[in-house]
Design a protein around this ligand. Structure first.
Ligand SMILES: Nc1nc2c(c(=O)[nH]1)N[C@H]1C(S)=C(S)[C@@H](COP(=O)(O)OP(=O)(O)OC[C@H]3O[C@@H](n4cnc5c(=O)[nH]c(N)nc54)[C@H](O)[C@@H]3O)O[C@H]1N2
Ligand SMILES: Nc1nc2c(c(=O)[nH]1)N[C@H]1C(S)=C(S)[C@@H](COP(=O)(O)OP(=O)(O)OC[C@H]3O[C@@H](n4cnc5c(=O)[nH]c(N)nc54)[C@H](O)[C@@H]3O)O[C@H]1N2
Ligand code: SF4
Ligand SMILES: [Mo]
Length: 770
């Protein structure tokens, strides 16, 4: 794709368009490069119909990631304190031998897996993750989900019958947005993918709409909305409960169209009887009159949406809060209404694919964690139990671990204890681009090809986007000959861990050859054709179903190979595909390098519901059963003392982008924000170093006094702590060391209902450092 060179750029400059894969905003990037592997500039692509030219400093830093001299290029094997580069064959052989040894000696569950956040942004990895996990055959699966959106997924499962049915605020048509525990000015939006989220909020207000933010910190978004209200951390359930109580008490409940297929309205009314605004005023810190006014405003707006994000998840009442957010949207008639909160219709519909099986719709509590007895969800245990499952002796103890693009030492609670646990493992493999705080404990690191060397399609994030869009980004650079993509690493590990005996291995190798032949592009093409915009010829339904079983459930069988043969005509004419040119396929997307807009969100209920009888369950029994826990707290006096919450910065990405020089320049961002009154009481002053202690440990941070904090609440970012020895992050360890917030978060604190880590609202003390 050639373009006229922009001013000052070399004659040979070429333009490449791609979707940024670093966060959920799905920015279209226009990358100028010299055609020989060097990126000259990264700009926002004004012609991208979704992001319309928006980008942030991380998008510009994509080139830094690709070129980072610390990014690993070849497999590393640890020998004592040293790391030696080895070849891929040797690496895979060691991985297979050692992981199988552990399984043979201690059983399948002695092997654990942890998959981190970048997986959600990695097309190939998303496609091959399920086969890998199935091959790993362990109940000890973990991921960043249980320190993120787990409560929403559990609640989606109970209310809508499908964990992947996320209601998304229709930002572009909404009149009133109530936002809880989100800071899109920094995070750029989450579980609400919206290119230029803040621009869309500005447009909402310019149309005469209103935005109210409820957050214990007057965060960076607060200045750009109509109203900000402080709330005590962890108290959202009381606010929402009281708002719903008000709607019931004043006869303002109005389900409209939803009434025909919603159950449990009366049960919910009865369950929230105690949640009066007066009662909620104490724990929330919001006056009863203000709670009522907010309920009135929400209920009377023509089109309103309530949206909660990470602040509402990582707390004691994560599940209840996610539930009441949905309930508020239902009871005001705003679910599935244009301008309210809606479900998406992506070109590759993960929710639709998930609907095909009970496991992917969302199993719950079919087994429990060995030590603490927390429930499984979709075959995964909460990451808060990972360390104890490694450290507690007895049958079923974890002895080996595979991490895939995750940094749990910095990103999950009680990182120091996890570190200790990792050091005691018999064997650990990390599929990761860096030698960092987690992977330094591995025996083997398998690094993937660079981020610009792979194709991209926002498989997962299109599911939660405010418009239906589809965009394919080709690789900008060829993959180095001796490099492997993440998906290829996952597939090879799957073959080696999954096969039982020679025959089965041959079957796996056959499937691997099929998938390698299709490649990520071939798989995308098939899924696009099989999707709602695709116009799939009927003859392909059976082979595609076999492929779906493999990709999304990890089901492997002779049927896949046998039926896979049915894909042969397609393979032969991958780009031609006579007869279905009408439908959307990869070729269509190639012809639209800026992306295709498939239109705004549109109503889809009750059709999309996966509950029995396709009905919304407004009062699912497990949630009703959890409510008394909150009702009891409603009557309890307020605990005294400080509590800590987290924050994010525009130039960070959880723990892993602090090695990009342009993102870490400037003063340290790893500070403790504190209200001046609290600082005065603790005897600390602005700029001074303070010791922050929890029941688990202490860290030291410079204090920043600011009235943007609610009194009684202090705030620090996670993802720092790069001063640990043994890493290869030269920029991060020198310029962005900071301290890890998760050194003091407590793995014992979880939402008992869903198991999500309750890292926020952490009780702490703050003292001046000598
Ligand atoms: N206290 C506190 N803790 C939190 C949060 C909080 O708000 N407060 N937020 C939580 C949230 S929402 C999340 S999602 C988690 C994130 O938790 P994790 O996903 O465990 O952590 P990340 O910091 O995102 O680490 C990503 C890892 O992936 C690697 N990586 C990056 N790109 C690639 C790639 O293309 N391929 C491979 N193979 N590896 C790659 C990086 O080197 C890094 O090791 O953190 C959580 N932790
Ligand atoms: N630049 C950047 N962007 C990111 C990330 C990043 O690390 N850096 N991480 C990405 C990831 S993995 C995710 S999950 C998203 C998260 O996206 P967001 O949810 O928008 O993330 P945060 O910026 O952490 O905002 C959370 C807000 O919740 C507030 N909060 C804390 N506790 C409570 C509470 O109990 N109640 C209420 N109502 N509010 C509370 C905090 O003060 C904060 O303002 O961001 C993504 N985008
Ligand atoms: S906002 Fe997100 S998607 Fe956009 S450039 Fe920044 S990191 Fe990339
Ligand atoms: Mo996240």
């Amino acid at each position: 794709m050639r373009a006229s060179p922009a001013g000052g750029e070399a004659e040979s400059a070429q333009l490449h368009y791609r979707t940024c894969h670093l966060c959920e905003a799905l920015c279209g990037l226009a990358v100028t490069h010299d055609g020989a592997g060097r990126v000259l500039s990264v700009r926002g692509d004004a012609e991208d119909p979704f992001s319309r030219g928006h980008l942030c400093p991380k998008g510009v830093a994509l080139a830094d990631l690709q070129d980072d001299p610390d990014r690993l290029r070849r497999p590393l094997r640890r020998q004592g304190e040293r790391w030696v580069e080895i070849g891929w064959d040797e690496a895979f052989e060691i991985a297979e031998r050692e992981l199988r040894r552990v399984r043979r000696a201690h059983g399948d569950d002695a092997l654990a897996t942890y998959t981190g956040n970048p997986t959600a942004h990695n097309t190939g990895a998303l496609l091959l993750l399920a086969p890998f996990l199935a091959a790993a055959r362990t109940r000890n699966r973990y991921s960043a989900r249980s320190i993120d959106q787990l409560p929403n997924m559990v609640v989606n499962r109970w209310m809508f019958g499908n964990s992947a049915l996320f209601p998304i605020p229709d930002l572009d048509r909404c009149d009133f947005l109530l936002m809880l525990g989100a800071n899109p000015a920094m995070s750029q939006g989450s579980i609400c993918a919206a290119g230029d989220f803040m621009g869309r909020l500005a447009a909402l207000r310019a149309r005469g709409g209103r935005v109210v933010l409820v957050d214990p910190r007057r965060n960076e978004t607060a200045g750009k909305v109509d109203e900000h209200r402080f709330i005590r951390p962890g108290a959202d359930v009381f606010l929402l409960g009281a708002m719903i109580h008000t709607l019931f008490a004043e006869g303002r409940v109005r389900l409209d169209r939803l009434a025909a297929f919603t159950d449990g309205v009366e049960a919910l009314r009865a369950a929230l009887a105690e949640f009066t605004p007066e009662a909620a005023a104490v724990p929330t810190g919001i006056a009863a009159a203000d709670i009522r006014a907010l309920a009135h405003e929400f209920a009377s707006a023509p089109r309103a949406g309530c949206y909660g994000r990470i602040g509402t998840c990582l707390q004691d009442y994560g599940g209840l809060t996610a539930w009441l957010i949905n309930a508020l949207n239902v009871l005001s008639g705003n679910l599935d209404r244009e301008g309210g909160v809606m479900f998406t219709h992506p070109a590759i519909d993960l929710a639709g694919l998930a609907a095909a099986s009970a496991a992917t719709r969302g199993s719950f509590d079919t087994y429990r964690s060995r030590v603490r007895g927390l429930p499984e969800f979709m075959g995964e245990l909460p990451v808060a139990v990972l360390a104890e499952e490694m450290l507690t002796p007895g049958p079923g103890r974890i002895r080996a671990l595979v991490t895939f693009s995750g940094n749990p030492v910095l990103s999950t609670p009680d990182g120091r204890r996890l570190e200790q646990a990792l050091a005691g493992l018999d064997f650990m493999v990390s599929v990761d681009a860096y030698l960092n705080e987690t992977t330094r404990h591995a025996h083997l690191i398998l690094p993937p090809a660079g981020p610009l060397e792979r194709p991209h399609y926002a498989l997962a994030l299109n599911l939660v986007a405010v418009r239906n869009v589809a965009k394919y980004s080709p690789p900008l650079l060829p993959k180095a000959a001796d490099a492997r993509h993440d998906w290829q690493i996952l597939l090879e590990l799957a073959v080696r861990l999954g096969s039982r005996g020679r025959l089965d291995r041959a079957l796996w190798r056959g499937v691997q050859a099929l998938v390698e032949r299709l490649g990520v592009e071939g798989l995308l093409d098939l899924l696009l054709r099989a999707g709602p915009y695709g116009g799939l010829p009927a003859g392909l339904a059976a082979p595609l179903d076999a492929l779906r079983g493999f990709l999304f459930e990890g089901r492997l069988g002779a049927a896949l190979l046998r039926r896979g043969a049915g894909l042969a005509p397609l393979l032969r004419a991958q780009s031609g595909f006579s007869g279905t040119r009408r439908g959307l396929n990869l070729d269509t997307l190639r012809q639209h390098p800026h992306g295709l807009d498939l239109g705004p969100l549109r109503p889809s209920l009750p059709g999309k519901l996966c509950t029995p009888g396709r009905r919304i369950a407004l009062a699912p029994p497990p949630l009703l059963a959890d409510l008394p826990r909150a009702a009891v707290a409603l009557r309890r006096p307020l605990p005294s003392g400080l509590v800590l919450i987290g924050r994010r910065h525009l130039r960070s990405n959880n723990s892993w982008m602090h090695n990009a020089p342009r993102l870490v320049k400037g003063p340290s961002r790893c500070t403790l924000m504190m209200h001046p009154d609290d600082a005065h009481a603790a005897g600390v002053t602005d700029g001074q170093s303070a010791r922050v202690s929890s029941s688990v440990g202490s860290i030291e941070l410079p204090v920043r006094l600011t009235s943007e904090m609610m009194p009684g609440v202090v705030c620090a970012p996670h993802g720092f702590g790069h001063d640990r020895p043994g890493t290869r992050l030269r920029v991060a360890s020198r310029l962005a060391a900071g301290a890890s917030l998760n050194d003091i978060t407590d793995a014992a604190r979880v939402d008992p209902l869903t198991g999500v880590a309750a890292v926020n609202a952490l009780p702490v003390t703050v003292t001046a450092c000598p």
